[in-house]
Design a protein around this ligand. Structure first.
Ligand code: ZN
Length: 256
């Protein structure tokens, strides 16, 4: 693999527009479990999946009460960005990061220091709430304060509507403008790096096809095989928080 690392590093050094797609795998080193992996939230507790299904959430106050409790306890509130996130900040400082498409809802990219306008959150953010009735959005912590103060299922103060996190749950449509933007930036890439994503969720995984069709080199950094490994120009299965600094960083050349 050292040869592969150096090869990809040269591609990035020569690139003008690197587009990165990140999934849950980049945040596991920050202590945020993924959903479908062996240690995943849904693998260990299938009931948890109900909490993120809008049909149950809208219909059943008991599901919402459980959902608010699990939001209070979410590991992401204490999570810190790791070396993988920081490598993407480094890439932006080098002027090479065209866009950062993320399937994650933890905002660790912004916390690490990537500009919010570079980050395309295709599944929304758990750090914001939204009202199902009037569409109002705001900081999640404001609603969590109400839950801590004893409201088990806080309603919108403007319209009385049901509140939830501003994330795309099961049974909910993706936001077309956001997906369109992700696909447009993918077509601009000269190097496209997919990190910590199983690349099994569409339409987002289709960004890889678009980048490849537009002539980008495709690099996959993921612990497990993905359906795109065959189509990729390089596949790096190592630890994300070690591989990303080695291929994206401005520091001394890798000695791995
Ligand atoms: Zn409302």
């Amino acid at each position: 693999m050292p040869g592969e690392i150096d090869k990809v590093r040269r591609w990035v050094d020569d690139a003008k527009r690197v587009v990165v797609l990140t999934g849950a795998g980049i945040s596991t080193d920050s202590g945020i479990p993924d959903f479908r992996g062996p240690q995943g939230v849904w693998t260990k507790n299938p009931k948890a999946e109900k909490l993120s299904d809008t049909r149950y959430y809208m219909a059943d106050p008991e599901v919402r009460k459980l959902a608010w409790q699990s939001r209070l306890d979410h590991t992401a509130w204490k999570a810190q960005p790791n070396a993988g996130h920081r490598a993407l900040v480094d890439l932006e400082r080098r002027g090479k990061l065209h866009a950062l498409i993320t399937q994650n809802i933890d905002e660790l990219h912004q916390q690490a220091g990537n500009s919010p306008d570079k980050v395309i959150e295709v599944h929304g953010s758990m750090r914001r709430f939204m009202c199902w009735g009037c569409g109002m959005r705001g900081p999640m912590q404001k609603v969590l304060e109400r839950v801590r103060a004893g409201e088990e299922d806080p309603a919108c103060r403007d319209c009385g509507g049901i509140l939830k996190s501003d994330t795309i749950s099961f049974g909910q449509e993706l936001v077309p403008e956001v997906i369109d933007r992700a696909m447009r930036v993918a077509a601009d890439a000269d190097v496209f790096v997919a990190v910590g994503s199983t690349l099994q969720v569409y339409p987002v995984a289709g960004a890889v096809d678009i980048a490849k069709a537009a002539g980008a080199r495709i690099v996959i950094v993921n612990a497990q095989p993905t359906p795109y490994d065959e189509a990729a120009d390089a596949v790096l299965p190592g630890s994300i928080s070690e591989v990303l600094p080695a291929i994206l960083g401005s520091g001394a050349r890798s000695t791995m």
